[in-house]
Design a protein around this ligand. Structure first.
Ligand code: SF4
Ligand code: SF4
Length: 93
């Protein structure tokens, strides 16, 4: 269920991330995230022990699925469609 709010942003259902950390270990596979690659495909800011982001509160926009969508893609994809595209990628990592 998606609704428009006054700023032109959509109210979105949360992205169903399982926090598996695979996207953070494959940043070399996307033009949008390869600047984060520490050299082996894993992000500089990924904590291998906890599988969490060390800069979560300050992570780049590209790592914020909902905000990235609102900023660049809300006119291109429906949220449900974008979620499905992302989940397909998550499953292939
Ligand atoms: S690969 Fe997908 S499910 Fe796993 S942490 Fe990244 S966004 Fe979440
Ligand atoms: S900045 Fe954080 S959320 Fe983004 S890829 Fe690196 S570890 Fe993952």
């Amino acid at each position: 269920m998606v609704a428009e709010i006054s700023k032109g942003e959509k109210i979105l259902s949360p992205f169903p991330c399982t926090a598996c950390g695979k996207c953070c270990q494959n940043v070399d596979k996307s033009e949008q995230t390869k600047f984060l690659d520490r050299g082996d495909g894993t992000c500089y800011h990924f904590d291998e022990n906890t599988k969490l982001c060390l800069i979560y509160e300050n992570r780049p926009l590209v790592c914020r699925v909902e905000q990235y969508y609102q900023t660049y893609l809300k006119e291109i994809y429906e949220w449900e469609e974008f979620v499905k595209l992302n989940l397909d990628i998550c499953q292939k990592l």
